[in-house]
Design a protein around this ligand. Structure first.
Ligand code: PNS
Length: 171
């Protein structure tokens, strides 16, 4: 059905680093929107494993097959950023009930800030419900095998980064 409206979605996050769980959400959202902006929050209060530029670059590589997906970074409020991109919706992944409370509050705050922008929750495939960037970083740091959970090039960069970080520590 042609409505003449360009459907724009914004999928904000930390993506430190991008996982197959994120990419599962991107694949689903890319089918729902004409344009999907996958956006890394530039957060000066957090010390991420990968810089904002590295995270955006990895997202670009991982989403290169989706012609309607744009990856970039943003500063400040996600709701304001979504408005600046002409988005009708903010996309978030919901893995489990434990995600719900924080996501519900975030959605309510974003609606307070931008009443016309909806939050759309998408549920990833079952095999990704336990996958998060923080768990990937932690398991990889202790030598666990996370190769099935992130793209190969992300795995390589993660290994490089973790070995650099080990070298930095005196213990
Ligand atoms: O991948 P994450 O860390 O769960 O993503 C969280 C993110 C970046 C989407 C969220 O922290 C965010 O939108 N931050 C920007 C500041 C903002 O808009 N805050 C108001 C919402 S409570």
């Amino acid at each position: 059905m042609a409505t003449g409206i360009t459907r724009v979605g914004v999928y904000p996050g930390s993506f430190d680093p991008v996982t197959y769980g994120h990419l599962d959400i991107v694949e689903r959202a890319a089918k729902l929107f004409d344009w999907l902006y996958v956006a890394v929050l530039r957060n000066p209060r957090k010390k991420p494993c990968f810089s904002t530029e590295e995270r955006v670059e990895m997202l670009r590589m991982a989403t290169a097959d989706y012609p309607n997906v744009v990856c970039e970074s943003f500063d400040g409020l996600a709701a304001e950023y979504a408005r600046s991109r002409g988005a009708q919706a903010i996309v978030r992944g919901l893995r489990a009930v434990s995600d719900f409370e924080a996501e519900f509050k975030m959605a309510a705050m974003n609606r307070h800030l931008e009443p016309d922008i909806e939050t759309v929750f998408l549920v990833p495939a079952g095999q990704y419900t336990f996958v998060s960037s923080s768990v990937i970083r932690e398991v990889a740091a202790f030598g666990g095998d996370v190769r099935a959970l992130v793209p190969d090039f992300v795995h390589e960069r993660l290994m490089e980064r973790l070995s650099m970080q080990k070298g930095e520590r005196p213990e």
